[in-house]
Design a protein around this ligand. Structure first.
Ligand code: BES
Ligand code: MN
Ligand code: ZN
Length: 498
């Protein structure tokens, strides 16, 4: 979708839907005031009657719009101007955009939200509107004859008489569009069914992205994985008909001496639990257990397309976790790439085994900070709910950088404790470590397990088991893959470039 910038007065924009964000209990901005006058005072009347309040995400539709060039007007409430945040803004914009995109072949123009006393600059606003136009118009009905969400026939960002240069605004719109496409790449991979997305096809998709963007891409097949001593990853894959893969991609946007960020993703393309089989209900969404890997690929795609001046190495471990005669067994002892031996006491704690080898590999490389993303534990969802990402680290400074980026993008992330006392739970009589702890604090013990495989590199583990996948749709977001944390990783790379 090509999004363009318009600096025309709102009343002059020829479109099917003119989307106008308004604050609660404050005067209309100058441009909305002018629009109101062209509409014969209709917006002011509605406000007077209490039918248009500007409360968060309130939608008011004018199905006819006499006196202006647009066919319809749709106002969306932003809440009080003083409390505008990226999160509340996106909620409002996506609600409006998703509503319009439920109709086929529509032309849409979204007015930039008015200048607010908050810290949101017009350029950032333009970027966010563009991202939301891309994300909000794409759905999860990938296999439906008749989908319920349609791409726009035309999409405009309306910035009437803006003080910023047109070039800068146009640039921000393009940047926003790329970020939206990065988020959608992750969503699409998560949403595709597991008969289609398995280790080999996921790896092919990586190769395709890499060749499109001229990235280095190395795909490890089984012989190579053995050569690389990735025995923990190989053990998880053993029960499946589908052979495993690992993919290492490199984007060099900065000089050789510049720091390199490593992104690592869990790519379990289907998690049945293996011999420790999941109940059917818990298995239903396990096509999404590769969301960590998909997030890494989406972020790398965005960073490379934006040509950010940073170096990134991305590595994903791709397996299917299945029960069969060749499955790895309970009591089996595995040796990970870094030599650590692991007693398997639950084959459903497979993500940490895949990550053990990939993290060992990546921490041997010349990288300055590691971030891994994984739908790792149900326990993290119990702790933080479905929308909050858990962050675990061995280096507070590195974690603060990530949390700062998350704050900029409005994605909720919460740092979790990493007390060494949790290591008690992983103590093992036959090997160096067990792959499960007790019932309690499961998200932390999983992170403490991973910590053994990052040597002493600054590392943040992001457990996205909750936010990566949504069971159902809400007015402001589609169900299915969400693309959570793609924006934040791109923002982190952006701040690293400064
Ligand atoms: N992929 C799951 C974690 C998960 C659960 C992700 C729910 C998304 C939603 C992971 O492989 C898993 O099965 N973890 C187990 C660990 C346990 C066996 C120690 C869990 O959380 O129950
Ligand atoms: Mn599992
Ligand atoms: Zn899993």
């Amino acid at each position: 979708m090509q999004i363009t910038l318009s600096t025309d007065p709102l009343a002059a924009i020829d479109t099917d839907w003119l989307v106008v964000p308004v604050f609660e209990s404050s005067e209309f901005s100058h441009h909305v005031d002018v629009l109101n006058t062209a509409l014969g005072g209709l917006l002011a009347d509605l406000r007077e009657r209490g039918d248009l309040t500007g409360k968060p995400a309130e939608i008011v539709t004018l199905p006819v719009a006499p006196g202006i060039a647009a066919e319809r007007v749709l106002t969306v409430g932003l809440g009080p101007a003083a409390s505008l945040s990226v999160e509340s803004l996106e909620r409002a914009l996506l609600t409006a955009i998703r509503q319009v995109s439920s109709h086929k072949d529509q032309r849409i123009a979204v007015a930039l939200p008015p200048d607010a006393p908050s810290s949101l600059e017009p350029l950032l606003l333009a970027q966010i509107v563009a991202t939301d136009l891309v994300v909000g118009s794409s759905g999860q009905g990938l296999y439906q004859a008749e989908t319920s969400r349609f791409p726009f026939a035309q999409a405009l960002v309306a910035a009437p008489g803006s003080a910023d240069s047109q070039d800068e605004l146009q640039h921000a719109v393009q940047r926003g569009e790329v970020i939206g496409e990065a988020v959608n790449l992750t969503r699409e991979l998560v949403n595709r069914h597991p008969g289609e997305v398995y280790p080999e096809t996921f790896a092919q998709r990586c190769a395709q992205v890499a060749s499109e963007l001229h990235l280095q891409c190395d795909i490890f097949d089984e012989p190579r994985l053995k050569l690389e001593r990735m025995h923990a990853l190989l053990a998880v894959a053993r029960g499946s008909e589908r052979p495993p893969r690992a993919v290492v991609m490199k984007y060099n946007g900065a000089g050789q001496d510049a720091p390199t960020i490593a992104l690592v993703g869990k790519g379990v393309t289907f998690d049945s639990g293996g011999l420790s089989l999941k109940p059917s209900d818990g298995m239903k969404s396990m096509k999404a257990d590769m969301a960590g890997a998909a997030t890494v690929l989406g972020a790398l795609y965005g960073i490379a397309r934006l040509k950010l001046p940073v170096n990134v190495v991305a590595a994903v471990g791709l397996v299917e976790n299945m029960p069969s005669g060749s499955s790895y067994k309970l009591g089996e002892v595995l040796q990970a790439r870094n030599g650590v031996t692991i007693e398997v006491l639950n084959t459903d704690a497979e993500g940490r085994l895949v990550l053990a080898d990939i993290l060992s590999y990546i921490s041997e490389q010349d990288v300055d900070g590691i971030i891994d993303l994984a739908t790792l534990t149900g326990a993290c969802v119990v702790a933080l709910g479905e929308e909050v990402t858990g962050a675990f680290t061995n280096n507070d400074e590195w974690c603060q950088r990530l949390l700062g980026a998350a704050q900029q993008t409005g994605e909720p992330v919460w740092q979790m404790p990493m007390f060494d006392s949790f290591n008690e739970q992983l103590k093992c009589d036959v090997a160096d470590v067990k792959n499960i702890g007790t019932r309690w604090g499961g998200a932390v013990t999983a992170a403490k397990f991973l910590e053994r495989f990052v040597a002493d590199k600054p590392w943040v583990h992001l457990d996205i088991a909750g936010p990566a996948y949504a069971e159902s749709s809400k007015p402001h977001r589609e169900g299915g893959g969400t693309g959570a944390m793609v924006r934040t990783l791109i923002a982190l790379a952006e701040t690293d470039a400064d």
